[in-house]
Design a protein around this ligand. Structure first.
Ligand code: HDE
Length: 718
């Protein structure tokens, strides 16, 4: 084990900091060995048999080898995170593309092209460690930058706002949304009475609820979601001048969602869907990438913004303060050990570096206490910063000593300051210009336990979000509210929610109420309740297009396309389209009734990647069914194949049906002969002159991701 005193000194400035960080971790890494020892290094004689009094006799207490093995096993688990328990993580780097010298003195934001090693953990919030990835939930997006001036953690979410304004309410929120305490159900779901009871009495959560009921809560992939610092932070430059700053991560692959029905099915078919997706992408060299952008806000502008920057239930629309791109985040290495890295990593929004500071956001201020505190019980003591994944790359030394699992061997008799016995001369740390300087702020206020009246506007940004959604996105939000509230057993809670929603949008509230067996929304009843504040007359903007996920096209890199076939398939068009998809970066997999090979109409053998049983349509982004009468007929007779196509249709995925395979869709009454063909459905023949065009059409359809306004989705059984 390397000594902490020699690790990652500032000399790394000369070398490659990302490679140096990896070297630092390697000092703690062990490869597989072909010899076993005890933890004390004694070679094992046998790893199958315990020590007994005779081969059929009782075990002996003396068996230190068995006792050590079982004892370690008995203690292999640590408490899971109280929230954000389930996650996936990866190593990578942050590269600065736009130095921020005039705004911040943070070392890692100074030099164009400088690279800072990072470790990033994505997570769901509500579910236990063993829950499913694709549940409706907020996603954590936590980034640890190993900078030369200490570790900086940007511990954010995939949504830019939060449920509550003050840390005082966090335990209530979490108790309400977690499984109900009497029977510990439901797992990883907000669709139950206690959550909606609490939320119906907390109008400040109206904006976040809109995000949670939107497709943002169903990301297609961790690689395809945005990240946000949520709170306002401060940048401080070398002259001590400060700007407010909000952080944004924008995925290079675009932001995309799953369909709700699909998300639920994936939760059963592959609960590790997002974790696997991240792992496999990195493993095959498709390194996920995000752009870091900042919204910079001058102190003088704060009062004119129309948003209180300290209120975490509000965002600053980028249509009002544009986002300046400053760097890129690349994830290029999977962890070696999930436990040692993803589980033991300890994030903390209080890990900041000179040049960055906090704002007075009362939610953030509470977080500054909570994270260090939680790691102590989760990681078993105060020395978790010495775990390899949490170690900084710069020297770390202070006078803290002892504590469980202390690893550093601090020399000498002196663990106090000032002293003269340490290095032979007087050592004293005086306040001065060096080190982290908190931004000086004049505060003269009464001590007070109350909310700022500037936090009162609870609905105008919920309305802005609603107004910014496309028609299809609005339908998804309505359906999500209906789903969640249909699971709520207490009618009065359902009623309170729709009454509140009437202050976001009257049509939204009416539509949500329709299937709930309650009265129409009553805005006045909501207005009469404690905690309610009259909405501002008008949102800041009519609509903010940046809040919608609808897209006219992005890259199709790393999207997965299923090709369905059976014996007698015609390969002509398939081969051309397959090549075009692969050239555009997509993955193409042949799925059939069985593994092995399929013999085509021209006698060629086509290897099969997956069977229908193990790879259903929900594992893919698009479906291609080549022509060939025999193949199409066999698929039509196979319930799993038909279901595959119909389900992909229902989930609004691009479909390319060639020749006779068109019949699969026609058989359920989808109108294909009269124009227009449903969105994202491409119909073609095996005709050689049209093959290139078919490939291009399919690529354009995949680039739009989902065709949410596709016709007849409700009627199609799947
Ligand atoms: Fe956290 N949060 N949180 N949180 N949070 C934790 O820390 C907490 C909040 C976020 O991948 C815990 O190590 C309080 C907002 C992420 O390891 C805990 C409050 C945002 C992660 C905790 C908040 C977050 C956590 C649980 C309100 C978005 C996972 C285990 C005052 C900006 C990090 C742990 C990882 C984890 C407390 C609110 C993001 C208990 C008290 C707002 C991404 O300390």
């Amino acid at each position: 084990m390397a000594s902490s005193r020699t690790e990652g000194s500032r000399k790394s400035k000369a070398g490659d900091p990302v490679a140096n960080r990896q070297k630092q971790l390697e000092a703690f890494t062990q490869g597989p060995e072909n010899q076993l020892t005890t933890n004390q290094g004694v070679p094992l004689p046998d790893n199958h048999n315990s020590l007994k009094a005779g081969v059929r006799g009782p075990g002996l207490l003396e068996d230190f080898i068995l006792r050590e093995k079982l004892t370690h096993f008995d203690h292999e688990r640590i408490p899971e995170r109280v929230v954000y328990a389930r996650g996936a993580a990866a190593h990578g780097y942050f590269e600065l593309t736009r130095p921020l010298v005039e705004y911040t003195k943070a070392d890692f934001l100074q030099e164009h092209g400088s690279r800072t090693p990072v470790f990033v953990r994505f997570s769901t919030v509500i579910g236990a460690r063993g829950s499913a990835d694709t549940v409706r939930d907020v996603r954590g997006f936590a980034v640890k930058f190993y900078t030369r001036e200490g570790n900086y953690d940007l511990v954010g979410n995939n949504m830019p706002v939060f449920f509550i304004q003050d840390a005082m309410k966090f335990p209530d929120l979490v108790h309400a949304i977690k499984p109900e305490p009497h029977h510990d159900m439901p797992q990883a779901s907000s669709a139950h009475d206690t959550f909606w009871d609490f939320i119906s009495l907390m109008p400040e959560s109206a904006h976040m609820l809109m995000w949670l009921m939107s497709d943002r809560a169903l990301p297609r992939s961790y690689r395809m979601m945005e990240g946000f610092g949520v709170h306002t932070f401060r940048f401080v430059n070398a002259r001590g001048a400060s700007h407010f700053v909000k952080f944004h991560w924008r995925p290079k692959l675009g932001k995309h969602a799953l369909a709700w029905d699909e998300a639920q099915k994936i939760a059963g078919k592959d609960p590790d869907f997002h974790r696997r997706d991240l792992w496999e992408a990195i493993d095959r060299g498709d390194f996920p990438e995000w752009e870091l952008g900042v919204q910079l806000i001058e102190e003088e502008r704060v009062d004119k913004l129309g948003v209180d920057l300290l209120d975490a239930t509000k965002l600053v629309p980028e249509e009002i303060v544009p986002i300046t791109p400053v760097g890129r985040l690349v994830l290029n290495r999977n962890p070696d050990s999930y436990f040692a890295e993803a589980e033991q990593v300890a994030f903390n929004p209080g890990h900041i570096v000179p040049g960055i500071d906090f704002s007075n956001d009362p939610l953030l201020q509470g977080r500054l206490f909570s994270y260090l505190d939680t790691q102590i019980s989760r990681l078993g003591g105060p020395n978790f910063h010495e775990l390899p994944i949490n170690r900084g790359v710069c020297p770390m030394h202070n006078l803290q000593r002892g504590g469980m699992h202390r690893m550093t061997i601090a020399r000498g008799r002196v663990a106090y300051e000032p002293n003269t016995l340490g290095n032979g001369s007087e050592f004293r740390v005086d306040g001065g210009e060096q080190g982290f300087q908190s931004l000086e702020e004049a505060i003269e206020s009464p001590k007070i336990r109350r909310r700022s009246p500037s936090f009162d506007d609870h609905f105008s940004q919920a309305t802005l979000f609603w107004n910014s959604q496309s028609a299809a996105e609005k339908e998804h939000i309505i359906a999500a509210f209906q789903f969640e509230l249909s699971r709520v057993e207490t009618p009065a809670i359902r009623q309170r929610i729709v009454d509140n929603l009437a202050h976001v949008d009257a049509r939204l509230a009416r539509k949500v109420a329709e299937p709930l067996g309650i009265g129409p929304p009553d805005a006045r009843s909501a207005a009469g309740r404690a905690g309610f504040r009259e909405p501002r007359a008008k949102p800041l903007l009519e609509a903010a297009p940046s809040l919608s996920m609808e897209t006219n096209g992005t890259t199709i890199a790393t999207r997965k396309v299923a090709v369905l076939m059976a014996a007698g398939v015609e390969l002509g068009a398939f081969k051309v389209i397959q090549q075009a998809l692969v050239d555009a970066g997509a993955t193409v997999k042949v799925v059939a009734a069985h593994l092995g090979f399929i013999v085509s109409s021209s006698g060629q053998q086509v290897p099969i990647d997956h069977s229908f049983q193990t790879m259903p349509s929900v594992m893919f982004d698009a479906v291609l069914v080549p022509g060939g009468a025999a193949s199409a007929q066999a698929l039509m007779k196979d319930g799993e194949a038909v279901h595959f196509v119909l389900e992909a249709y229902k989930h609004c995925k691009p479909l390319c049906l060639i020749g006779e395979s068109v019949e699969i869709l026609r058989s359920v009454g989808v109108a294909l002969d009269d124009a227009p063909v449903p969105g994202g459905v491409i119909i073609g023949t095996n005709e050689p002159t049209t093959r290139v065009q078919l490939g291009q059409d399919l690529i354009a359809a995949i680039a739009r991701h989902r065709h949410w306004s596709r016709a007849m989705v409700e009627q199609v059984p799947a």
